[in-house]
Ligand binder design. Structure first.
Ligand SMILES: Cc1cc2nc3c(=O)[nH]c(=O)nc-3n(C[C@H](O)[C@H](O)[C@H](O)COP(=O)(O)OP(=O)(O)OC[C@H]3O[C@@H](n4cnc5c(N)ncnc54)[C@H](O)[C@@H]3O)c2cc1C
Length: 465
């Protein structure tokens, strides 16, 4: 009976790597999956584990924050696209790779343990560990209390609502200190996440000012703080300089070789000695490997990423694979022997496909020594700097302004998974070209019970507090 047990592939993380790996495995192992479902010999089962039932297309987050794409369309529902996989909504807490089990907490285990977060064991025969990365924070006083990241759709939409809310606060006060703090927006980190988020939100906020009788675009202060001497390293030096000029030309205060020292009491204090009272501090100063990797017992490099071979198998470990932000994968196209692939979507998607092909080969009996190594030379990057503005450096060609912005949209439209999503995003872009931009803040969505609690009398109405 034991040899009739299907092989179990567990994919931890349903992001870029998880989704693309599972999609490819579904295609490659069609017959084995069918046999697995019937419990026949030689069958396979694939389980995809993620705390969210969707994959987030992160390059669209800045446009979601600006309101050009609705939040539902920057995510891809895992259950709909991974029909032959079992989707489990939960989080891997640790692994016992020797026994080949993952300890997983789900909504049910949390409920059953009264919020204490117990786990269940999920067994596997092959593990794909792809939990991505988390924001790299520093011990800056006040950061944990007042900062917000920009990695998830919740953060992007929360930030949009928050920025619009600041305009409402500024518009309804006579206190200049409250007004100035509300209209000062500080972003830390000049990579594509920080620059795109800032540029899109600045564009949207200055546009929104036309609907306020007492807040003008010139009243808003946007500040970008970057520790190195350049921004947008992803698009190369010349285009980075262009982006810097473009942002400064829009009256955005970009401070290079400057660090955030503190943001206690909602005052951003910078290493150049300046102090900026603010209610908005966005932290986009890079990423670090997900903490689950340290609890996996698998070999890590000095930066905490999983040490992987070019075949995307975890080094010195059988039955474990990784790719994307979590994995240190040798860059075989670089001149330096110890170069690693950068953590970005371009590598994540391609590595996922190679990983899935190699894993499917192993399932079908190919010896590990005959697997194909991952090789891809970085094609360059595109970045949006707000509506109709952008910068790109792709295959050696440099573009700026409208052509770069158009290329940014065309590229990402071609990359966002599924035809359904492509059609919806395109429709939204066309509609937003025909009508005025949406500038409504739906911050109250974050407190859906507030109105009812007040009506039911459990919370006093605001003027009696
Ligand atoms: C705002 C923004 C803009 C970007 N723009 C670009 C761009 O223009 N071009 C580009 O190349 N790259 C871009 N990137 C980077 C790119 O999105 C990442 O490199 C890519 O997402 C990495 O893929 P991944 O699968 O490794 O991680 P992710 O896509 O982050 O997926 C990780 C998944 O694992 C899940 N997970 C985490 N912990 C657990 C756990 N314990 N158990 C189970 N599941 C878990 C998460 O919920 C998530 O779904 C951008 C990133 C951001 C934040």
């Amino acid at each position: 009976m034991a040899d009739r047990e299907p092989a179990r592939i567990l994919v931890v993380g349903g992001g870029y790597v998880g989704l693309y790996t599972a999609l490819r495995l579904q295609k490659r192992l069609k017959n084995q999956l069918r046999r697995g479902a019937r419990g026949e010999e030689g069958g396979v089962r694939i389980t995809v584990l993620d705390p969210d039932p969707y994959m987030t297309y992160q390059p669209f987050l800045p446009e979601a924050a600006a309101g050009s794409i609705s939040p539902r369309h920057v995510v891809v529902p895992l259950r709909r696209v991974l029909k032959d996989c079992q989707i489990v909504i939960g989080e891997a807490r640790s692994l016992d790779h020797e026994r080949r089990v993952a300890h997983v907490s789900t909504l049910a285990t949390v409920e059953q343990t009264g919020g204490k977060g117990g786990t269940v064991e999920v067994p596997y025969t092959e593990l794909v560990l792809a939990p991505g990365s988390v924001s790299r924070t520093l011990p800056v006083p006040g950061l944990a209390e007042h900062g917000i990241g920009f990695k998830t759709v919740e953060e992007a939409i929360g930030l949009r609502n928050h920025v619009l809310e600041q305009l409402d606060i500024a518009s309804s006060t006579r206190d200049p200190a409250v007004r100035d703090a509300a209209l000062t927006f500080v972003f830390v980190g000049g990579g594509y996440a920080g620059v795109e988020a800032l540029a899109e939100l600045e564009d949207m906020a200055r546009y929104a000012c036309r609907y306020y009788h007492n807040v003008g675009p010139e009243d808003l202060r946007f500040l970008l703080v970057e520790a190195s001497d350049r921004i947008l390293p992803e698009v190369g030096e010349a285009m980075g300089r262009y982006a810097l000029r473009e942002l400064r030309g829009r009256n955005i205060d970009v401070r290079l070789e400057t660090r955030l020292d503190s943001c206690e009491d909602r005052v951003a204090t910078l290493s150049d000695g300046s102090r900026h009272p603010t209610r908005t501090l966005v932290w986009t100063a890079g990423v670090k490997p997900h903490p689950i990797l340290a609890a996996s017992g698998l070999p890590l490099n000095e930066r905490g990423r999983l040490r992987c071979a070019p075949t995307l198998r975890v080094e010195d470990t059988d039955h474990a694979w990784s790719a994307g932000d979590a994995a240190a994968v040798p860059d075989l196209t670089a001149d330096a022997a110890d170069a690693l692939c950068a953590p970005n979507a371009q590598h994540a998607v391609r590595q996922a496909r190679r990983l899935a092909d190699n894993l499917a080969d192993v399932v079908e009996g190919t010896p590990p020594g005959e697997l194909t190594p991952y090789r891809h030379s970085y094609a360059g990057s595109v970045a949006s700097l707000g509506l109709h503005k952008g910068v790109a450096h792709v295959y050696g060609r440099k573009l700026k302004g409208y052509p770069a912005w158009f290329m940014h949209r065309a590229y990402h439209l071609s990359r966002v998974p599924t035809f359904n999503r492509k059609a919806r995003v395109l429709a939204e872009w066309v509609l937003s070209g025909l009508f005025k931009r949406e500038i409504v803040s739906l911050g109250s969505l974050e407190h859906p019970r507030a109105e009812f609690e007040m009506a039911a009398g459990s919370v006093p109405p605001p003027d009696t507090k």
